[in-house]
Design a protein around this ligand. Structure first.
Ligand code: CTP
Length: 435
């Protein structure tokens, strides 16, 4: 057990902001007892195999911040896959996702833990995937992105709860700073530029001064990142609790423009999204893609689709946003609800939402809100079965008449079920003359 207020630092640099609290306390406060028991058992098996075991990265940072822990990331010196198999066999887990980088997942009935072999990484060229070799826990912490993610808690029984903090990560947790470990960090892996902004905004931290300088200096290295990797980072931005903050910061630091020329997140985005949220509206991750695509030209939008190798659904959001923008731009006088439904119904909702947020005409924004709130879910009272019962022949006419009914209901021309029936009967007389 550790005494309060003391923590054995394992021969590494002193922290800048006083003595860290007991990581043992942080573990006990932050993780459920049954999970702690499981980790202790894994530590015991690792010890029997002569392998030290550590909790590392995000979970340590979140424990020290007293935030909920999302993943359990463990690192061992030595073969993590063998250890994963041994642990799974002993405690009834299943091993999966074994990778060439000597990592594995072990699924237990209640928890999943990730186990990795401590490794060192060498970046052969900027943006390339690193060359990976097994290494020590120190190597493993030294290859990481930021000091706050380069802390480990020892889970080996005799050293349970000891903190390994070679880069002053605890001090940066206390000082609420995102700090790179070395000057070329963003050049090695420019996805860290977006990671830095995500952590900064999610945790309410600030970029440490030199980190901020290096980030601005090296933002051009985003060009070295493959489309797939870049898209995955962008997706993680969209999945943050407040993506708009990350995007705003990325815009201000010139990162958005380096990510893809023409992307913007200005004051009007900020204000418009505040209003949107205040109206109690949903904000889905892909809405942010639509908002970014909104000002692009057709060519630039297609270039964005190619650069980020967007999957079908994402590409559709981009293309539909431009289509919706063009449709709305053609509205000279207020369009009838049925016209709005007809033109916008085939488009993805995020595309229409982006127009409802960013359109400069207040009247257009109101029309789009009416579409999203009411018109798009309007349906005739009669069903396909009712139409068949009225004598509409099976086949395309059923769908066409339902669409006609829907349009007339939306425009307020058919107020009751009886009026709908009367309309269908009238149409039945004219059907024969139509193609
Ligand atoms: N990491 C890194 N450089 C990267 C990606 C990841 O150094 N480009 C390291 C960090 O130490 C990070 C760990 O790998 O803590 C795990 O990565 P990830 O799961 O992406 O990060 P978390 O810190 O768990 O972040 P989040 O809270 O967003 O899940």
């Amino acid at each position: 057990m550790l005494g309060t207020g003391t923590i054995p630092l394992i021969g590494y640099q002193e922290v800048a902001f006083g003595v860290p609290p007991s990581a043992e306390t942080a573990l006990a406060d932050g993780l459920p007892p049954a999970l702690l028991d499981l980790l202790a058992c894994i530590g015991q098996v690792a010890l029997q195999r002569g392998q030290p075991l550590y909790l590392v990265g995000g979970p340590v940072r979140d424990l020290l911040l007293r935030r909920p822990v999302m993943d359990i990331d463990l690192v061992t010196e030595g073969d993590a896959v063998d250890l994963a198999r041994a642990v799974a066999q002993r405690f009834g887990g299943q091993v999966s996702a074994v990778s060439q980088f000597l990592t594995a997942k072990v699924r237990f009935p209640l928890w999943t833990v990730d186990l990795a072999t401590a490794r060192r990484e060498i970046y052969p060229s900027p943006g390339a995937l690193p060359v990976v070799q097994p290494g020590s826990i120190h190597d493993d912490l030294a290859r990481r992105d930021f000091t706050i993610n380069a802390i480990a808690i020892d889970l080996t029984p005799a050293r349970w709860g000891h903190l390994l903090d070679p880069f002053g990560g605890y001090g940066d947790v206390q000082g609420r700073l995102v700090r790179i470990l070395h000057d070329r960090s963003f050049q090695d892996d420019a996805t860290r530029i977006l990671r830095a902004l995500r952590y900064e905004q999610r945790l309410g931290f600030a970029l440490e001064a030199h980190t901020c300088y290096a980030l601005k200096r090296d933002r051009g290295f985003l060009d070295t990142i493959s489309g797939d990797r870049l898209r995955r980072e962008v997706e993680r931005v969209f999945q943050e609790p407040m993506p708009e903050r990350v995007l705003g910061r990325a815009h201000d630091l010139g990162v958005l423009g380096s990510l893809f020329p023409g992307l913007q997140w200005g004051e009007e985005h900020r204000q418009a999204l505040i209003r949107w949220r205040e109206e109690g509206r949903e904000v889905s991750p892909l809405l942010f893609l639509a908002l970014l695509a909104y000002p692009l030209s057709l060519e630039r939008a297609e270039a964005l689709v190619r650069r980020l190798r967007l999957p079908r659904r994402w590409a559709e959001v981009v293309r539909h946003t431009l289509q919706a923008r063009e449709i709305v731009a053609r509205w000279a006088s207020p369009p009838r609800p049925s016209q709005v439904i007809e033109s916008l119904a085939p488009l993805r909702p995020e595309a229409v939402e982006a127009c409802a947020i960013l359109s400069t005409e207040q009247a257009h924004r109101q029309t789009l809100r009416a579409y999203l709130d009411t018109w798009r879910s309007l349906r005739p009272r009669l069903s396909a079965m009712d139409l068949l019962a009225l004598g509409v022949p099976q086949g395309p006419w059923v769908g066409r008449l339902l669409a006609e009914l829907r349009a007339r209901v939306a425009d307020g021309l058919l107020a009751t079920e009886e009026e709908e029936r009367a309309y269908v009967r009238r149409r039945l007389h004219t059907l024969k003359e139509e193609p």
